[in-house]
Design a binder for this molecule. Structure first.
Ligand SMILES: NC(=O)CC[C@H](N)C(=O)O
Length: 371
């Protein structure tokens, strides 16, 4: 095992062994608490420019397969684990995680102290970091720290257009076609159009920079804005497009980044959480039903909205529909007089529990009711 270093922006250094590709990488240091689903996590485009640490201590046991990826490649900027599996064993496995990381040039590190790292991030907040191995690790710690401090921050980062599809494509409805959906790909996970297709939606996936005119040209029954990486305050183009969609009165559903863009389109602000929510067991209460979903999360930003009742927006009254029971943060929004809603978490559940899959039915009912 070759030595590697994980250097945090505040000067804390973790030493360990190189895992995956050797070299150097920079990104925002975050942690994910999921005990399963590492392949979905690694391929979720929302993790672009983030170094992800897994709190689950043993990673790679089931190798990698061709069915679980949420996009065409591993998207994380770097990967931190405690103990990589020495053997990949699963009937679906086509290879090991270590070789997949290596083949795709993803620099990782195995450190004994993923628990100490997580506690550090919970206390101090997500921060920039770098992983260095091979020749890159030869420079002194001070020089490496200097380079981490010179790397790009997540605040203000416009990354959705980098990970989005270059060309539109169509995901056909499974079974009888009931609806046409225009889905703006801000970093979309492949499970999301599939969940809609399973409900009879023909999903027209459009690039992140699609304008309202591009979206309406599909003549959709409903419009969807996806999850995605980066700071929502840097994606003004998506906010403008969504405003055009709302002006046209088309039904709208948004997930995660899509929820943040919806909030901004309604005139609300977004802000950075201290260390975010990344995992598959976050309790979220739907205030419209009182029901609590155990849900999949991956967000570092949140919408700032009045949670104590309906409030006015340029599109009429709106309300906070969902709250996180761990920290009270806003997890869902809706307009009261127009067919538009969004959630900050992940009903497509890849990976994660399926508690919230009914939100896709809610979108379909909304499209049905708006005909
Ligand atoms: N999964 C997402 O869509 C993440 C949204 C945004 N990049 C955040 O970190 O909050």
């Amino acid at each position: 095992m070759n030595p590697a270093l994980l250097v945090l922006e505040d000067g804390r250094v973790f030493r360990g062994a190189a895992y995956g590709a050797e070299g150097e990488t920079f990104g925002e240091m975050v942690f994910n608490t999921g005990m399963t689903g590492y392949q979905e996590t690694l391929t979720d485009p929302s993790y672009a420019r983030q170094i992800v640490a897994m709190t689950s201590p043993h990673i790679g046991n089931t190798g990698v397969n061709d069915e679980d990826p949420e996009s065409r490649r591993i998207q994380v900027a770097g990967y931190v684990v405690r103990e990589p599996a020495r053997v990949a064993s699963n009937w679906r496995a086509t290879g090991s995680l270590g070789s997949a990381l290596r083949d795709q040039g993803v620099v990782g590190i195995a450190i004994p102290g993923t628990r100490a790292l997580t506690r550090h991030l919970r206390d101090r907040g997500a921060m920039r970091a770098g992983i260095f191995s091979g020749a890159a690790a030869a420079a002194g710690e001070d020089a490496l720290l200097e380079r981490v401090r010179g790397s790009a921050p997540m605040e203000g980062a416009d990354l959705a257009r980098d990970v989005s599809t270059a060309e539109p494509y169509v995901v056909p409805a499974i079974g009888e076609k009931r609806f046409t959906v225009a889905a703006v790909d801000l970093g979309i996970k492949s499970m999301t159009p599939r969940r809609m297709a399973e409900r009879g939606c023909e999903v027209h996936v459009l690039p992140a920079t699609a304008t309202a005119a591009d979206i309406l040209a599909v003549d959709p029954d409903g419009v969807f804005f996806s999850n995605g990486p980066g700071d929502p305050s840097a994606a003004g183009y998506a906010v403008d497009a969504l405003r055009g969609v709302l002006d046209a009165g088309r039904p709208f559903f948004g997930i995660c980044f899509g929820n943040q863009i919806f909030g901004r389109a309604l005139g609300l602000g977004t802000y950075k959480l201290r260390f975010g929510h990344r995992g598959i067991n976050q309790p979220v209460q739907d205030r419209t039903t009182g029901k609590v979903d155990v849900s999949a999360h991956n967000h570092g930003f949140a919408v700032d909205a009045p949670a104590d009742g309906p409030f006015d927006t340029p599109y009429g009254r709106a309300e906070v529909t969902h709250v996180n029971l761990n920290d009270g943060c806003v997890e869902g929004l809706r307009l009261l007089d127009r067919p538009a809603f969004s959630v900050q978490y992940h009903p497509e559940a890849a990976a994660g529990p399926h508690d919230a899959s009914g939100l896709f039915d809610r979108f379909c009912e909304m499209m049905e009711g708006s005909r």
